[in-house]
Design a protein around this ligand. Sequence first.
Ligand SMILES: [Mg+2]
Length: 400
Amino acid sequence: MPSIIHVDLDQFYAAVEILDFPELKGKPLIVGGRPDSRGVVCTASYEARAFGVKSAMPSSQAARLCPNAIWRVPRMDRYAEKSHEVHAVFERYTDQIQSVSLDEAYLDVLGSIKLFGSAETIGRRIKHDILSETGLVASVGVAENKFLAKVASDLKKPNGFVVIPPGREHAAAVLNPLPVSRLWGVGAKTGDRLAELGIVKIADLLALDEEWLSRRMGRENATRLLSLAQGIDSGEVECGGISKSLGRENTFAKDLYDIDAMERELFAFCDEVSSRLRAAELKCGGVTLKVKFADFTRISRASMFEEPTDLGEPLYHAVRTMLRERVELNGRGVRLLGVAATHLVRANAAQQSLFSDGDNQKKERAAVAIDKLRGKFGDGAVTFGRLLEKRSDNTGTPAI
Ligand SMILES: [Mg+2]
């Protein structure tokens, strides 16, 4: 029974721009670094792609191909926010989610079929819910493994929905005519080598003798390529190990009206969340602010970091900026505030930035020392400044 769904949002950055600025609809739109800035294209709308513009292409080249393009600088925070909305849809159907990027994820819905119906049904519902709730169009593939699901989602893009039923014959019908570059691990270099050997399509690869291919590509590569070419992939949806987010929220005994009081709460949450990140040896690539008003309306705002962090200070800075600049309080009382660290990665896997300065490293060492003291003497032992002393009394429980 197929149970893997691959969801890939169409022209994601461009789609969000069009959603926010409808006058861009139907125009050749390029989201990326400006042509005079040595930047690259992040996403091009389908109208710009018709001119040959592609992702990762130097912006100067894109400008030559499509001189009438409208250019937009990427707004990563906004894209993260929309990605978050899409994830909220996924989470209603399964907790087995592997995010590949802001606009792409694998879902294993085997455990959800009893509740919601077949993987195909779930895939259609997800595609429908994404459009109706976020305004974004997704291409969806359903198959028995990740590789085939990804091939399927790409097959009828944009706005595609393709199911590859189980069975070698179905996989072969889809795969055989495709170029070998569709196989994982076949980049430009391997592709060129295969082309020199006369291998262009996946069917060409399957016609080869495995020994012959092993001698040219190495045994491991040859075996892996031939398995994929037959639609065999044993990779699992990797969601386990790291939880998706780590957060803290509180419902207050009395609604908060004073922004300083809100900031004190958020400061304490960020302090706690960063401590827990360090204890779990995780860093977060983004942070979400959740606000529930006295009238029970709720909003969330998301922000991404340039590099993953486990420090309270950047978390608080981001959250405070979102509260001040992207939340319209309009005098309303705030009933609940929450902070969640998102896009978690293992601390040792988080890439050290080339420019990460001594200052940051010092702060990290200080943070570790504080965690140790807290471990010994309890949470009250060390706080940053006096902010925490002024916190209002609140009821509520750690959440998320
Ligand atoms: Mg995409």
